[in-house]
Ligand binder design. Structure first.
Ligand code: 2RA
Length: 335
């Protein structure tokens, strides 16, 4: 099948190519697409070089599916043009996520909502994806009332510029290098923690925080779930971590929670306090699963659980989730 990857040169686009190859997605022809200034440059896929083409040429080539990771404004402009040409778009930006006419999909949770009519499908925000993969099996059994989440997010979520800032600051601190590096953030990120991800909104929360609130309800198809979030950037590259406090309507046992999570699709439980085993971004890096640990009862109120959730934000939080959506469409003959 012909597959277009739009935004093929970015951090997520590069990961898309890697994940498509690793998962043996049935690509018969790859169409890497990027901005006009990248047209003609090359990207590597399965050991071969492919020339970047323009949006217009990609539409003319009529791929079955186009996986977009090129930012919200590009997506708003171009996704409908691909869709009109009969191409199914899986979009990694926030452009369509809360549009009531578009599906917001995490395959482990709500792929069954997809039909042939869905021509623009939204891939959720990375920090939301890993949380709902871990919480959905528990919601089905105990009914979530409220979630309090604090995140510890990798600089890779911001993009290459932030990786360059962190590594530039490191080099300067360790080797006294005077090399120039860009500032992706207003403040240094090495040896620091920045309690702001994306812009502030009028309610005092950031856009990232409100994504976690709104997207969670949409993916889990339950508007009654109350979510409050604090999202924080930390000097880490392997993945996002989340401290999650969740209150259920019904009571649980820790053994039951552990069993449910151990058999949940896409979840790996790493929870052995006696031997200091718990999920960490350095272990989650380059893995597709969501890692869950530090499972313990919150004794301050009934039916409440604390857990720690870690995942590679460029993989399950972006590329892997998008490719899994494409795999689902293929398996159900929806393309
Ligand atoms: C971040 N959630 O980590 C964003 C990326 N989509 O900044």
């Amino acid at each position: 099948m012909k597959v277009a990857v739009v935004g093929a040169t970015g951090l997520v686009g590069t990961k898309m190519l890697q994940v498509l190859a690793e998962r043996n997605f049935p690509v018969t022809e790859l169409l890497p697409v990027a901005s006009e200034r990248s047209v003609g440059k090359e990207v590597e896929y399965r050991g071969k070089q492919y020339k970047i083409i323009s949006m217009t040429d990609a539409i003319a080539a009529k791929p079955a599916v186009a996986i977009f990771s090129a930012g919200g404004s590009t997506s708003l402009e171009w996704a409908p043009k691909f869709a009109e040409a009969g191409i199914t778009v899986i979009d990694n930006s926030s452009a369509w996520r809360m549009d009531p006419t578009k599906k917001l999909i995490v395959p482990e949770v709500n792929a069954d909502a997809l039909g042939k009519e869905d021509k623009i499908i939204a891939n959720p925000n990375c920090s939301t994806i890993q949380m709902v993969v871990a919480l959905n099996p528990l919601h089905k059994k105990y009914n979530i009332k409220r979630i309090v989440v604090s995140t510890y997010q990798s600089v890779t979520g911001t993009g290459k510029k932030a990786v360059d800032q962190l590594m530039g600051e490191r080099a300067k601190a360790e080797k006294g290098s005077n090399g120039e590096y860009p500032m992706a953030y207003k403040y240094p990120i090495d040896l620091n923690v920045i309690p702001q991800i994306d812009v502030f909104l009028e309610n005092g929360y950031t856009k990232e925080e409100m994504k976690m609130v709104n997207e969670t309800k949409k993916i889990m198809r339950d508007d009654t779930i109350r979510v409050t979030a604090t999202t924080v950037r930390i000097p880490v590259m392997g993945g996002h971590s989340e401290s999650v406090n969740v209150e259920f309507a019904d009571d649980y046992t820790l053994t039951d929670v552990r069993n449910l999570l151990s058999s949940a699709p896409g979840v790996v439980v790493v929870d052995e306090p006696a031997t200091q085993q718990y999920p960490m971004p350095m272990d989650a890096h380059d893995r597709d699963e969501v890692f869950v640990g530090r499972l313990r009862r919150d004794d301050t109120q009934p039916n409440t659980l604390n857990l720690w959730v870690v995942s590679d934000n460029l993989r399950k939080g972006a590329a892997t989730n998008a490719v899994q959506i494409a795999e689902y469409l293929v398996s159900k003959n929806l393309l």
